[in-house]
Design a protein around this ligand. Structure first.
Ligand SMILES: [Zn+2]
Ligand SMILES: [Zn+2]
Length: 297
């Protein structure tokens, strides 16, 4: 946790509604301020406040987190955060510091929503060798062949937040995971090609949990027993409260609920979602929430 004049970085660092561009004026040392923080063994997290640029939640400020897994001198980034110059700068500044003695090898995406993939082009420019892995069911949305707005929704609130990253994703860079779960090390290119850097097996597994997005996956970092959950649940508010992903960005709430119930049963100590106000939640707390969903059905 970093202190800026008594205000903690995690929790409520800035007055509600204060856009991030003001925050960057608070301190010129962006790299230190937005440094990746160690949240579990070999797992690091970077957080910032994102001002949503459009749609039904325009102007709302949301906590966004990305994660970094250390494997020896190599690193795997989970999600890249929001689009826009200031968010790209935050990510790149944090990464330059965090991986300065090693190599960023892979980016693994939980899904293709704007706040998770927005800085991808900037990232690929900075790290030209990086490979980008995601679930094959999410591939059409990331390569520009499908649009989230065309997904039939089971609720009337659904709106989309797509961001076109197709130009950052030539086939040679893409790796896909397939099926309901497995080892991320098994990701292969669209025509079956092997990755340039082989991710060791037994470190990160993926768990497909559709509903919020067709190819949404949560990642389990096995060495630390940490679930990097993506948007399969949220934990915002004051005080923070575990919730399902918001219907406004979730076409299929029924599937989303079932996915969360399954994910909560995985073997983990702590779960970290992308939109969080705390340093992760315990399995017990997440299961208590999913049990309440079952009884409310
Ligand atoms: Zn999302
Ligand atoms: Zn999100």
């Amino acid at each position: 946790m970093i202190d800026i004049g008594g205000a903690a970085f995690t929790g409520q660092p800035f007055p509600a509604g204060q856009p991030l561009r003001h925050c960057s004026l608070l301190r010129s040392d962006t790299a230190a301020f937005f440094a990746f923080q160690n949240v579990a063994k070999n797992l690091y997290r970077q957080g910032f406040l994102w001002e949503t640029p459009g749609g039904p939640r325009r102007g709302i400020v949301v906590d966004v987190h990305v994660f970094l897994v250390k494997i020896g001198q190599d690193y795997v980034l989970v999600d890249v955060g929001a689009p826009g110059k200031q968010y790209e700068q935050i990510l790149i500044a944090g990464l330059r510091e965090a991986v300065k003695d090693g190599n960023l090898r892979w980016v693994i995406l939980t899904h293709g929503h704007i706040d998770h993939v927005g800085a991808l082009e900037a990232l690929v420019k900075e790290y030209p060798q990086v490979q980008v892995a995601f679930h094959e069911a999410e591939a059409p949305f990331l390569t520009g062949d499908a649009d989230y707005k065309d997904i039939p929704a089971d609720n009337l609130n659904y709106a989309t937040s797509r961001f076109d990253v197709s130009s950052a994703l030539p086939a040679s860079r893409v790796l896909l995971v397939r099926g309901t779960n497995g080892d991320v090390a098994d990701a292969r290119g669209p025509s079956g090609q092997k990755p340039a850097w082989p991710l060791p097996r037994g470190i990160i597994t993926f768990h497909h949990g559709p509903g919020h997005a067709p190819g949404h996956v949560s990642y389990l970092h096995k060495p630390s027993g940490s679930l990097v959950a993506g948007d399969v649940f949220g934990n915002l508010g004051n005080p923070p409260k575990i919730t399902l992903p918001p219907p406004v960005y979730t076409p299929n709430m029924t599937e989303a609920r079932l996915s969360l119930v399954r994910v909560a049963e995985l073997e983990f100590q702590k779960a970290f979602c992308a939109h969080d106000r705390v340093e992760g939640i315990t399995k017990k707390d997440l299961q208590q929430f999913t049990e309440s969903l079952n009884t409310n059905q």
